[in-house]
Design a binder for this molecule. Structure first.
Ligand code: NAD
Ligand code: TYD
Length: 348
């Protein structure tokens, strides 16, 4: 079996669902269930014996040692993290604790477990660390996209904490020989994303007739990847990635934020003719230290592992909007206390 951390979050729940749809190999899912973790996203596998959910912290060494001893995973996919840039600006502490200290403690527990495996198991074992393109910092319009060689220049507390964790993972390979692989992925979107991130926030606010807050001039550029494509890339790297290597994962979909918001408005207009979602677009104060542009050069993973995204932005965003339209009870359930408090505090 494999151990996934953060498997009740956005990418984690998509990964767990995808994995069990494609394979009979069981998954142990360790998740602290912070505001971003949601077991409802996994309700369709609630009675599936191949999924074992454990609520807990990746930094709880005793718990992690116990899980590793009991379940003896052949691989770990580390998705647990604090993941929202704006929250890291309001309060970086949790980001340092989970993304840096938590990853360090997890690595220590895994190193002890891996050391006790027999030679063949040690060789086949994988620790796959999921990271972000934000560790590379911001690009000017004319600069080429990030390759794996780009220097780390993280600009937010979030990206700095992820960069630190990437360095720790790298060091555990270099120093102890732990068979690690790191992936650096661009912005994901799709089902089960908490409505604090750009795309789900815009869909949910538009449907509620609320303002669509666009930071600054809305010309910041991100590369967007449909979450199922990220899941397939992680599976591929787990299967065939070379240990000690990093792989950039992206969608070849660079778009300015304002274009994303206008596309969402136009697609919602098709489903709800007569409404005028564009009028809800509201330019608001910019995010401090806002990175202007991220872009991923995903040539290496294509060349070495033969992976390419299946979705274009146009197909992925339609699927995403359909999902949010068909799952309004999921949205209503996550828009409880913690979510409302955040929106009030941040957009006041
Ligand atoms: P998310 O915030 O939706 O989910 C994170 C999950 O981790 C939640 O279920 C939460 O409960 C859990 N968690 C948090 N702290 C924990 C801890 N100490 N111990 C155990 N579980 C804990 O995040 P996401 O968007 O699904 O991102 C998953 C990973 O992918 C993160 O490492 C993130 O940095 C990375 N990533 C995300 C994106 C993106 O666009 N969302 C892009 C690139 C990389
Ligand atoms: P986000 O989804 O928070 O991802 P990240 O900051 O990790 O890339 O934001 C994506 C882009 O959208 C980013 O440039 C900030 C912008 N944004 C807004 O303009 N308004 C919003 O309300 C949010 C949440 C984000």
């Amino acid at each position: 079996m494999i151990l996934v951390t953060g498997g009740a979050g956005f990418i984690g729940s998509n990964f767990v669902l995808d994995w069990l749809a494609q394979s009979d190999e069981a998954i142990v899912n360790l998740d602290k269930l912070t505001y971003a973790g949601n077991l409802q996203s996994l309700s369709s596998i609630a009675n599936d014996p191949r999924h074992i959910f454990i609520q807990g912290d990746i930094g709880d060494a005793e718990l992690v040692a116990h899980i590793l001893k009991q379940h003896r995973p052949r691989a770990i996919v580390n998705l647990a993290a604090e993941s929202h840039v704006d929250r890291s600006i309001h309060g970086p502490e949790d980001f340092i604790q989970t993304n840096i200290v938590g990853t360090f403690r997890l690595l220590e527990s895994v190193r002890a477990y891996w050391n006790e495996l027999d030679a063949a198991q040690r060789q086949n074992f994988r620790f796959l660390h999921v990271s972000t393109d934000e560790v590379y910092g911001s690009l000017a319009q004319c600069e080429p996209a990030f390759t794996e060689q780009h220097r780390y220049e993280p600009n937010s507390p979030y990206s700095a904490s992820k960069a630190s964790s990437d360095h720790l993972v790298r060091a555990y390979h270099h120093t102890y020989g732990l068979p690690v692989v790191t992936t650096n992925c661009s912005n994901n979107y799709g089902p089960y994303q908490f409505p604090e991130k750009l795309i789900p926030l815009m869909i949910v606010n538009a449907l509620a007739g609320k303002p669509l807050p666009v930071y600054g001039d809305g010309q910041q550029i991100r590369d967007w990847l449909y979450v199922a494509d990220h899941c397939s890339a992680i599976r591929r790297v787990l299967e065939a990635g070379t240990t000690g290597e990093t792989y950039n994962i992206g969608g070849w979909n660079e778009k300015p934020n304002i274009e994303i918001v206008q596309t969402i408005c136009a697609l919602l207009q098709e489903t709800c003719p007569g409404s005028s979602f564009n009028q809800l677009i509201t330019y608001v104060k910019d995010r401090p230290g806002h990175d202007r542009r991220y872009a991923i050069d995903a040539t290496k993973i294509e060349r070495e592992l033969n992976w390419r995204p299946a979705e274009t932005f146009e197909t992925g965003i339609r699927k995403t909007i359909d999902w949010y339209l068909s799952n309004q009870s999921w949205v209503a359930d996550v828009q409880t206390g913690a979510c409302r408090d955040w929106i009030k505090k941040h957009y006041a």
